[in-house]
Design a binder for this molecule. Structure first.
Ligand code: SF4
Length: 111
């Protein structure tokens, strides 16, 4: 989904992907549907109006899917954000890898 938001500070984390990483670089960003990105929107100005007060998006369903997926904000759309903001600054492969690094950071914070 929206891990685009972490990109601004993630270049420092660039490193080769782990051997068994689930992300299929060069193909697409693979979301594991853990829901953590949608439960940590308190640091995302673009999603201020979606915050239920504890950092979780009001549109996140109990099954960790988005109830407005087809019409979700651009910031939540990995593919669209690449086209809109990042394609002139990095390859898609690098972009996907940075998104995965964002996922890892969130999982580490919650572990
Ligand atoms: S709008 Fe949908 S994709 Fe975006 S944070 Fe909310 S639940 Fe997640």
């Amino acid at each position: 989904m929206m891990m685009v938001i972490w990109l601004r500070n993630l270049r420092r984390l660039l490193k080769p992907p782990e051997k068994n990483c689930r992300v299929q670089y060069k193909d697409m960003f693979t979301c594991t549907r853990c829901g953590l990105c949608c439960k940590n929107i308190n640091r995302i100005p673009e999603l201020k109006e979606y915050n239920n007060g504890n950092g979780t998006c009001v549109h996140l369903r109990e099954d960790n899917l988005c109830d407005i997926y087809a019409d979700r904000p651009d910031i939540c759309n990995v593919e669209k954000m690449f086209e809109l903001k990042y394609k002139n600054y990095m390859s898609k492969d690098e972009y996907y890898r940075l998104n995965e690094e964002g996922c890892k950071l969130l999982r580490a914070e919650k572990a």
